[in-house]
Design a protein around this ligand. Sequence first.
Ligand code: SF4
Length: 86
Amino acid sequence: MFDKVPDAPPTIARQSDCQTCYMCELYCPVDALYVAPESDVTTSVNEAELAEVGLLGSYRENIGWGHKRTSTAKADQTFQILKQMK
Ligand code: SF4
């Protein structure tokens, strides 16, 4: 959840409304975002630390989205979880 800021990058707003869908991280063309996977936990983060450990844009990178990356969709085995649920 972001708010527009004139002549500046958007700012995070209404963090409690986030549903951890990762779409903002996936569509950020410069790998500047990190979505914490714990949707029910408010997480305090430090941008410099996230960058240092390589978490900014890491979901996007692992999915294979972005310039000169290869999609990992064919290797995705998530559908196996659905088979086990039946
Ligand atoms: S993870 Fe999804 S719901 Fe959360 S801020 Fe990004 S786009 Fe919005």
